[in-house]
Design a protein around this ligand. Structure first.
Ligand code: AMP
Length: 596
């Protein structure tokens, strides 16, 4: 068995780790980074870049640079409208009603785009470990719904990874803590990232980590704080210049970028200047943006959102039936947990110093690696008991919600309920599966519907149909309905409302492998062309410098080599031919150097 890697697939940054002789280790990517921006950029020729290079083209090429795609994972287009303003690329409605991104005339689903990021992490792990990597544990926000979890798992599959386990981010952070500290305590994990907020309360007793409660908000993260600052900066600009900012994508992206930078600076400085010279030009001439933002202004802007995270913490304590004084440690996770105001408020809420002993950017990936180690048998003696984050049930008489599995039930979980027919000789029953907390079915999230057919004819209310819900350790739901008389049953792995079929997944996986191979070939071609260009420059240098010293035959040989190289650069796009040529040029160079 190869190494199982642990991946934190973040909204803003992703991180990958593995267990080495029982200790977690973060994998360094190609660029030397410990985290990789979750950004996918498309060049004009369709070539894809992921990570730091893609992030660099964000301002100049906002329409072809995709970031924060996690906000749209497994969600329907019509549910996401409020989030469209957070990004600079166009979101459209994909085939099955899910969000899709249109880049250079092609539609990509969020799972495909996330797969590009995962593929980059997989490659980094393979380079780092020197062996193929095919298995992974991937983390998701605790509040991810079933369809968001499935989309994440699909993304792994498309990237060529067998996703052995999906675990909740705060739970992963807690696992990192348990592995490191190995002491009994009750901990709160406050995880405020780029796109989501989660809080989990866990109790660790010897080596059993039991999640007591989890709360969160999938639509609350650093990007929302950036948005508030962005709006404030736009208003300041309009007040000072008398004209509104144009909706031009490059202008918007520059301001978005500046807003995030200012936010980061305000975590250490008490004020910062936002300067965007020549932001745009109109009939009145060039317009520049120059605004000073103080930490006090920023804190005023974000106070409401920070309060929302605290309200979730209080609710999590209530769900866990605990009071703040029962919490021994507060572990801070996610980039937004670095904001001083956030730290002060969380500290005040829990009435204790915060645990800053873990790197908030890496602790989730480290925890995923610990979970991978548990699956590999490398980490012994740690048992993780996680919980469901939503109540699950079915629609029953009168549009009510029949709860089968209440939220915060320990996973894996199973529950049964009997339903029956409402008219005589009814041959089929429709089962509507829902998740949420409202007693009214339509106020909860619909996870899908299925029908149990061929029920034996009988007076109404007589057939006994047993509906069984099972939630596995990944938080993924299976539902079965069985007519107890005929034994007929129907099983559905809940097809995410914005889900895709197995055949489509297989097609995308194959397509992705082809795209990855094409990208690798394009990169190889670029690299070998760059080598030859460099060799031409040095051969020309040799030719000039040693014209008078070199023998006629050497000069002719040099001349020929140069001609061949220039011609190949113009005509050839075959990497193996070009590689042969580069080897030949190197031999020529060596030979000439030996002669002078
Ligand atoms: P994550 O999803 O954990 O990678 O968190 C990324 C989010 O954290 C982004 O919105 C970043 O802008 C934000 N972030 C990172 N570092 C800081 C910082 N020092 N101060 C404020 N926000 C930060």
């Amino acid at each position: 068995m190869g190494t199982i890697i642990g991946i934190d697939l973040g909204t803003t940054n992703s991180c990958c780790a593995f267990m080495e002789r029982g200790e977690p280790r973060v994998i360094i990517n190609e660029e030397g980074g410990r985290t990789t921006p979750s950004v996918v950029g498309f060049a004009k020729d369709g070539e894809r870049f992921v990570g730091e290079i893609a992030k660099r083209q964000l301002v100049v090429n906002p329409e072809s640079t995709v970031y924060a795609i996690k906000r749209f994972m497994g969600r329907r287009y019509r549910e996401c409208r409020a989030d469209f303003a957070l990004v600079g690329y166009p979101i459209v409605e994909g085939g099955s009603g899910e969000c899709a991104v249109e880049v250079q005339g092609r539609l990509f689903s969020p799972r495909e785009l996330s797969a590009f990021v995962l593929q980059k992490l997989k490659k980094a792990a393979e380079d780092f470990l020197g062996e193929p990597v095919t298995e992974a544990v991937i983390t998701v926000p605790a509040y991810f719904t079933d369809s968001q979890r499935q989309a994440t798992r699909d993304a792994g599959t498309i990237a060529g990874l067998d996703v052995l386990r999906i675990i909740n981010e705060p739970t992963a952070a807690a696992l990192a803590y348990v592995h490191d500290r190995r002491k009994s305590s009750t901990i709160a994990v406050y995880d405020f990232g780029g796109g989501t907020f989660d809080v989990s309360i866990l109790h660790v007793e010897r080596d059993v980590a039991e999640v007591k409660a989890t709360r969160g908000d999938n639509q609350l993260g650093g990007a929302d704080l950036d948005r508030l600052l962005f709006d404030w900066l736009s208003q300041q600009f309009q007040r000072e210049n008398g004209v509104p900012l144009p909706s031009d994508r490059v202008v918007v992206q520059r301001l978005r970028d500046a807003a995030e930078r200012a936010k980061l600076e305000l975590s250490t400085a008490t004020s910062t200047d936002v300067q965007l010279p020549f932001l745009f030009v109109d009939a009145a001439g060039p317009h520049h943006l120059q605004v000073t933002v103080t930490r006090a202004i920023f804190e005023d802007l974000i106070a409401g959102l920070v309060e929302r995270t605290l309200a979730e913490c209080r609710a999590a304590l209530t769900d866990a039936k605990m009071s703040v004084d029962q919490i021994d440690e507060v572990v801070m996770v996610g980039g937004s947990s670095r904001i001083p105001m956030v730290q002060e408020r969380v500290k005040a809420l829990f009435g204790r110093p915060l645990n800053k002993g873990f790197n908030p950017d890496e602790v989730v990936a480290v925890g995923a690696a610990v979970q991978a180690g548990m699956l590999e048998g490398d980490v012994k003696g740690v048992t993780l008991l996680d919980v469901t984050n939503f109540s699950l049930g079915i629609e029953v008489k009168g549009g009510q919600f029949g709860r089968l599995i209440p939220k915060n039930t320990t996973l894996p979980a199973m529950a049964r309920r009997q339903v029956s027919t409402v008219v005589d000789n009814q041959r089929s029953v429709k089962i509507h599966i829902l998740q949420g907390e409202s007693p009214v079915a339509r106020e909860n999230v619909s996870m899908g519907e299925f029908e149990l057919n061929n029920i034996q004819p009988a007076p109404r209310g007589l057939p006994r149909i047993e509906v069984t819900f099972q939630i596995d350790a990944n938080g993924i739901v299976d539902v079965t309905a069985r007519d107890t008389r005929s034994g007929l049953s129907e099983q559905v792995r809940i097809d995410a409302p914005a889900g895709i079929s197995k055949a489509d997944l297989e097609r995308l996986t194959a397509q992705h492998a082809d795209l990855a191979a094409a990208d690798a070939a394009a990169r190889e071609l670029k690299a070998v062309r760059a080598t030859i260009e460099g060799q031409i420059v040095s051969l020309e240098g040799l030719q000039r410098a040693h014209q008078g010293v070199l023998h006629r035959s050497d000069l002719d040989g040099l001349d020929q080599a140069l001609k061949r190289a220039r011609m190949a650069l113009l005509k050839s796009s075959d990497p193996s031919n070009l590689k042969e040529l580069a080897d030949y040029l190197q031999r020529v160079q060596k030979h000439v150097r030996a002669r002078v």
